[in-house]
Design a protein around this ligand. Structure first.
Ligand code: ADE
Length: 227
């Protein structure tokens, strides 16, 4: 079973359009869609926004549906300057920029007995790069940082860039990474840029959420053909 996860309904809907839906199952006040794509058995869900919701859904996808791989598709704010609205990025690793135990001498993002960075699956990233090459699509690779905040300030964005070396920002990848790492399930984090995570980002997000979600969904489907 392969899990496909999103944060928002707008991110999941364009993926569902490509699939043969079999059944929906409810767990913990959320819907899980069982579907087929070619010969692949899929379970899909949108978690709702944020790290707690994302961690809950990722754990359910693994524990209840026995997902052996988890692929995330959605949108993100750009940190790196050459990322423009609609561009695709895959994470090399994810982290949580809003964890702060620095008063105890720990580095930003670190929790004792855990890690700052969660490594994405190299095989899935390799497939993504192969698909991008074949289709002539520009695909960036970099660190994606997550936190329970919609970032809309140049200052905050620059702090996240400097502290974590992040190329993009969203609100779920670090949580999904943490769950998958602890569960030893390979994960893949794909995002299309919806905004520049600085002043005005809220307006751009509203305007480009659907379009960028579709870009990410379409690429994910191309990847599924290679899995
Ligand atoms: N997801 C998309 N854009 C974002 C932003 N600017 N901050 C946090 N999450 C996002």
């Amino acid at each position: 079973m392969i899990a496909i996860m999103c944060a928002m309904r707008e991110e999941l809907e364009p993926i569902l359009e490509y699939l043969k839906l079999k059944e929906t199952v409810e767990y913990a006040n959320n819907k899980y869609y069982l579907a087929k794509f070619n010969n692949l058995d899929l379970v899909l869900a949108y978690s709702k926004i944020g790290k707690v919701n994302a961690a809950l859904s990722a754990a359910i996808l693994i524990e209840k549906f026995n997902a052996k791989k988890l692929l995330f598709s959605g949108v993100a704010g750009a940190i790196e300057r050459d990322l423009k609205i609609g561009d695709l990025i895959i994470a090399t690793k994810t982290c949580q920029h809003d964890i702060d135990l620095t008063v105890f001498g720990y580095e930003p993002g670190f929790i004792p007995e855990s890690k700052v960075f969660f490594e994405c699956d190299e095989n899935l990233n390799h497939i993504a790069k192969k698909v991008a090459g074949k289709l002539g699509i520009k695909l960036k690779e970099g660190i994606i940082a997550s936190g329970d905040q919609f970032i809309h300030s140049k200052e905050k964005k620059e702090w996240i860039a400097k502290t974590f070396g992040a190329s993009a920002i969203e609100m779920e990848g670090g949580a999904v990474g943490c769950v998958c790492d602890n569960e030893s399930v390979p994960f893949f984090m794909l995002r299309a840029i919806s905004d520049a995570a600085e002043e005005g980002a809220g307006i751009d997000f509203d305007e480009f959420l659907e379009e960028s979600s579709r870009v990410s969904a379409k690429f994910l489907i191309e990847m599924l053909k290679e899995i």
